[in-house]
Design a protein around this ligand. Structure first.
Ligand code: NAP
Ligand code: COA
Length: 264
């Protein structure tokens, strides 16, 4: 079930940073299904190769780049390379992220820095280098944020700080780049089934049940449900939307900050 009847992104070119697994890979695959040419980037050569193969099966053509979003020259080379191959980029997604549960009093400065650098600096690097090669007017940029951006979560000081920055970067770039016809929006997924993120944040059945109980719809979301929103934001239906931070979270944001989870 896609929610879309036709190839909504036919002829478009897309770049998905962090698009080799989980939610971002599902977004990349759905873009391909909807007719887009898709390039993905992440650190692992193996994951890049596997994602490209899946994208080609889903419609193709596809490209992959092994690079770290913290490395600006490498990101720029990849994004400019994708634009050379595909033409001006119509859609850019920034979703690379790192996470682990760690109480702030036990976190090293380098642990904090690693996550801020991947999530926040990485998002700047992706969008900044894409700015030079996106279609103007017409491009859609989509950042992947997280519920921690507005609600502090236990063991998540690094992610909360980084994703709050991602939200404000989304709004700042929407403001600055709107006059050139570039839209910049963000998606806030709730707890999502079958992802690395939830494997790290809900490592036991007890914690999973606890989190489900905090979601008004009383279940985890699916990767497909998040990808649907990305296709909408990338397409003509969202032509007048920019600077929006959109929740796809079963209503979790309505409940506010979670109490300390068992075992923390
Ligand atoms: P995931 O499968 O681990 O996806 C992360 C992706 O980013 C992978 O492709 C990873 O590939 C890449 N990546 C990580 N560090 C990188 C770096 N330094 N440079 C380049 N690429 C890097 O995780 P996920 O759970 O699906 O999360 C995807 C996004 O959704 C993240 O932005 C996360 O914050 C957000 N989110 C997830 C949930 C959830 O329930 N899972 C909830 C809210 C928000 P490599 O290892 O090959 O680099
Ligand atoms: N608890 C506390 N600190 C941790 C940690 C954990 N579970 N995992 C890593 N760190 C610390 C390391 O000890 C190191 O700090 P130090 O130098 O003071 O010892 C720092 O974080 C960097 O670790 P390193 O492994 O060198 O970083 P990296 O850049 O190779 O990897 C991570 C980044 C740590 C975020 C890694 O978990 C990762 O690659 N994650 C991507 C996948 C992911 O998190 N997916 C879910 C997205 S929601």
């Amino acid at each position: 079930m896609t929610g879309f009847d036709s190839r909504a992104l036919a002829g478009k070119s897309a770049f998905v940073a962090g698009g080799t697994s989980g939610i971002n890979l599902e977004i990349a695959l759905m873009f391909a299904e909807q007719g887009a040419k898709v390039a993905v980037l992440s650190r692992s050569e193996e994951k890049v190769k596997s994602a490209v193969a899946q994208l080609e099966q889903n419609g193709g053509p596809a490209l992959g780049f092994a690079a770290d979003v913290r490395d600006y020259p490498a990101v720029e080379k990849a994004i400019h390379g994708a634009a050379e191959a595909f033409g001006p980029l119509d859609i850019v997604v920034s979703g690379a992220a790192g996470n682990f549960l760690c109480a702030a009093c036990k976190m090293s400065p380098n642990a904090f820095k690693s996550v801020v650098d991947i999530d926040l600096l990485g998002t700047f690097n992706v969008l900044r280098s894409a700015y030079d090669v996106v279609r103007k007017p017409g491009a859609a940029m989509i950042n992947i944020s997280a519920p921690q951006s507005t609600e502090p979560h236990w063991g998540q000081a690094h992610v909360s700080a980084a994703k709050a920055g991602v939200d404000m970067l989304t709004r700042s770039l929407a403001l600055e780049w709107g006059p050139e016809g570039i839209r910049v929006n963000a998606i806030v997924p709730g707890p999502t089934e079958g992802t690395e993120g939830m494997a790290r944040l809900a490592p036991t059945a007890e914690i999973r049940t606890f989190i489900e109980g905090m979601v008004p719809l009383r279940r985890f979301g699916t990767k497909r449900e998040i990808a649907n929103l990305a296709v909408f934001l990338a397409g003509p239906g969202a032509a007048y939307m920019t600077g929006a931070i959109l929740y796809c979270d079963g209503g979790q944001v309505l409940v506010g900050s979670r109490p300390k989870p068992p075992g923390m």
